[in-house]
Write a protein that binds this ligand. Structure first.
Ligand SMILES: [Fe+2]
Length: 498
C-alpha cells in the first residue's frame, strides 16, 4: 500500500538491468533441469555403466566406475542445491505488524531525521511516500488496510542531511469525517453507516441514495504533465505541492474522459507522456480503457487536460469485469492482465442497500483462466490473438520489457485470489499464534482447494507467493510461432486456447 516516488534524480521509466533480473533459465527446458538431470542420473547413468562394463575390464573399468560415481555425486549435489533454492523456508512465527496499522500523529513541522550511514553530498531531492495513517473517527473504525486516511510523508535529502515531515491529506473525505467525528464516506472495506441523527425512515431511505465516492487518495504519488498527484483507484486524484504537502486541487478523471476511475500505477515514456488504465461502466457493458496523458501543459492551470482513451477492451463478462491494480508497459506495448478476481457490479451497486462494503462485491473465481491482452500503445490497436494462463491474482506488475522479439513481464502473483480478506485490519493486527492462525487457515484452505482442482499437480509445485516471470511469443508477428520455447513458470497456453 505504501508507495514511494523520488523526485531527483529523475529515474522514471528506467528498466531493470538484465543482470538484476531473477535468475531464470534461458529456456523452459532448463526450468526442469533438476528433473532432467535426475532422470539422467538414475537411468542414463546406469545405461552407460552397463555398456561400458561389457567392453572394459579391470582397473580401467574401476576408474570409470569411480568417475561415474563422482559425477553422480556432483549432479546429486547440484540437484539438492537447486531444490533448496526453490523451497520457501518455513517460518514458525511472523513478526507482529500491528504498530504499522495504527493511527499516528502527523508531523507538519520539519524535523531532522537520524541518518545511519551517510548519503552522498550530491544526492538532493525529496523521497515521497504515502499510505494509510488514521484508522478511526470517533467510535467508527475502518475494517481494511486500504481504508485508512492518506498520510503524506516527505523526506528531504540535501547535502548529506535528511529532514522529515508528514501531513494528512486534506481530502473532502478527511474533512467530512473530521467534522462529523465519524466515518461518513465509505471506503473499500468499510461501509459508512447512515447518520444516527436521522430518524428511522430517513436512515432507511439513505440506503438508496447514490453513495459519495471517496477522494481519500492514499495509494501512490503519480505525475502527470510535470505535476504531482496522489491517487487511489476512484475517479478522484488530489494534486499536491510536494514542498508543503498541501493539497492544491481535486481532479476528477470522469470530467476529462469516459472512465470511472484509474489505477494508481501509471507508466511513463521518457518524454513524460503518461499511460494509465481505468474502467468504464455503461449500458454496453464494462470496458478496460487505456489512457494517455500528454507530457506537458499547454495552458496555465491545466491538470489532466488532453487525456485520451486510446483503446477500450471489452470485459469478458459484462457485469463482472476483473479487478486490477496495475498493468505492464514496454517501449511499444501495454500488457493488461484480466485476472479471475471479479468485480460483481450488481453486488457493488447494491452493497449499500445490503449493508455491505464495496469489497464484498469482489470475488475470486478460479473457474476462469487469466487472460492477457497486448495493445500497441502507439496506435491503440489491440493485437489479435489471446493468451491464457491458469488462474492467478496479481497486484503489482514489477517490470516489462521487450527482449529478442518477445515481451517479458515480471510480476508478483499468487495462486489464490482471496488475499484481500487477509488484509482486513483485524487480521493484520494479530500477533503470535493469532497471526499464524490467519495464515494457517489461508494456507490450509488453499491446499485443500488445490487438491480438488483440475490442475492439482501443477499447483502443488507452485509456491504460495512467487515472483514469476512470464515469457511469451514474438510480438508483433504471426501467432503460430513455437511458444513452447518461451513458456515459463506460469505455463501459458498457446494463443486461442482457453
Ligand atoms: Fe500498489
Amino acid at each position: 500500500m505504501m508507495a514511494s516516488h523520488i523526485v531527483k534524480p529523475d529515474t522514471r521509466n528506467c528498466k531493470r538491468p538484465r543482470e538484476l533480473e531473477p535468475q531464470m533459465p534461458d529456456s523452459p527446458q532448463l526450468s526442469s533441469l533438476g528433473k532432467s538431470d535426475s532422470s539422467f542420473l538414475e537411468s542414463s547413468g546406469l545405461f552407460y555403466k552397463e555398456s561400458l562394463e561389457k567392453d572394459l575390464n579391470g582397473d580401467m573399468s574401476k576408474e570409470i566406475n569411480l568417475m561415474l560415481s563422482t559425477y553422480a555425486k556432483i549432479l546429486s549435489t547440484m540437484e539438492s542445491t537447486h531444490q533448496k533454492k526453490a523451497t520457501f523456508g518455513k517460518r514458525e512465527r511472523l513478526p507482529c505488524i500491528a504498530p504499522l496499522l495504527t493511527t499516528v500523529e502527523e508531523t507538519p513541522q520539519m524535523v531532522s531525521a537520524r541518518v545511519r550511514g551517510h548519503f552522498p553530498k550530491w544526492l538532493s531531492g525529496y523521497l515521497l511516500r504515502i499510505g494509510p495513517g488514521k484508522f478511526e473517527f470517533g467510535k467508527d473504525k475502518y475494517n481494511h488496510w486500504f481504508d485508512g486516511m492518506a498520510l503524506l510523508h516527505q523526506f528531504r535529502i540535501e547535502k548529506g542531511t535528511v529532514t522529515y515531515r508528514s501531513k494528512f491529506l486534506q481530502s473532502d473525505t478527511y474533512k467530512a469525517n473530521s467534522v462529523h467525528d465519524r466515518i461518513v464516506i465509505s471506503e473499500f472495506g468499510t461501509l459508512a453507516l447512515p447518520d444516527p441523527c436521522k430518524n428511522v425512515f430517513e436512515r432507511f431511505m439513505s440506503k438508496f441514495e447514490l453513495p459519495a465516492i471517496t477522494d481519500n487518495t492514499n495509494v501512490n504519488y503519480v505525475r502527470y504533465k510535470g505535476d504531482y498527484y496522489v491517487s487511489t483507484e476512484t475517479n478522484f486524484m488530489n494534486k499536491v505541492d510536494i514542498k508543503t504537502l498541501e493539497k492544491t486541487e481535486k481532479v476528477d478523471w470522469s470530467k476529462f474522459i469516459a472512465v470511472n476511475g484509474a489505477t494508481a500505477h501509471p507508466h511513463y515514456d521518457p518524454d513524460g507522456t503518461a499511460y494509465n488504465m481505468g474502467n468504464s461502466y455503461g449500458l454496453h457493458g464494462s470496458c478496460y480503457n487505456i489512457i494517455r496523458v500528454p507530457p506537458e501543459n499547454v495552458d496555465l492551470g491545466e491538470t489532466i487536460h488532453g487525456a485520451q482513451v486510446i483503446c477500450s477492451i471489452a470485459s469478458a463478462e459484462r457485469m463482472k469485469p476483473s479487478y486490477y491494480h496495475s498493468f505492464g508497459m514496454t517501449r511499444n506495448y501495454i500488457i493488461f492482465i484480466e485476472q479471475p478476481l471479479k468485480m460483481n457490479l450488481w453486488k457493488i451497486v447494491t452493497s449499500r442497500i445490503r449493508g455491505k462494503a464495496f469489497s464484498s462485491g469482489i470475488s475470486w473465481e478460479p473457474q476462469y483462466n487469466t487472460r492477457f491482452h497486448v495493445v500497441d500503445k502507439h496506435t491503440g490497436q489491440l493485437l489479435p490473438g489471446m493468451y491464457y494462463s491458469k488462474p492467478f491474482v496479481t497486484f503489482h506488475q514489477i517490470n516489462a520489457f521487450e527482449d529478442q522479439g518477445c515481451v517479458v513481464i515480471d510480476l508478483c502473483c499468487q495462486d489464490d485470489g482471496r488475499s484481500l480478506e487477509v488484509y482486513q485490519l483485524q487480521n493484520l493486527r494479530k500477533a503470535g499464534e493469532g497471526l499464524d492462525q490467519i495464515l494457517f487457515i489461508y494456507l490450509t484452505e488453499r491446499a485443500r482447494e488445490h487438491k480438488q482442482g483440475e490442475q492439482q499437480r501443477e499447483k502443488e509445485k507452485q509456491a504460495l507467493c512467487s515472483i514469476g516471470s512470464l515469457l511469451w511469443g514474438s510480438i508483433p508477428g504471426p501467432w503460430d510461432h513455437d511458444l513452447s520455447q518461451r513458456q515459463m513458470l506460469n505455463q501459458l497456453n498457446h494463443p486461442g486456447t482457453p
